[in-house]
Design a protein around this ligand. Sequence first.
Ligand code: DQA
Length: 138
Amino acid sequence: MKKILIINGPNLNLLGKREPGIYGKASFEVYFNDLQEKFQKIKLYYFQSNHEGALIDKLHEVGYSFDGIILNAAAYTHTSIAIADAIKAIEAAVIEVHISNVYARETYRHKSYIAPNVKGVITGFGLQSYELAIRSFL
Ligand code: DQA
């Protein structure tokens, strides 16, 4: 069975409570359980951290054994050369996702340091962005 890890970066532990007009009212844990039920042929894993180094450690940990990583690096997308380098270092395919359409928001969100190192980018479909990314592994 394919193993896919979803990684959420800073402030995404607050999904459901945080700016619901932009990020929606659902908590990620509930959505994650729905996803696992929907995709029974894939084993899904979930990790969230507010710490850049912890995100990098997790990429290293699974990056040579998992089939894919779906990464919402949140604000680190726009700042982190270290996460971009980690993605380049590992073997697993990484898909960058965002809940909101970052290109319809502030210009500082238009720059992604990680985009050049990922397989593809999905942005702006709400939580469905994660599902679309999973479908690409089917
Ligand atoms: C986000 C977009 C980022 O610009 C922002 O910093 C986030 C969430 C999204 O999923 O829409 O925290 O990655």
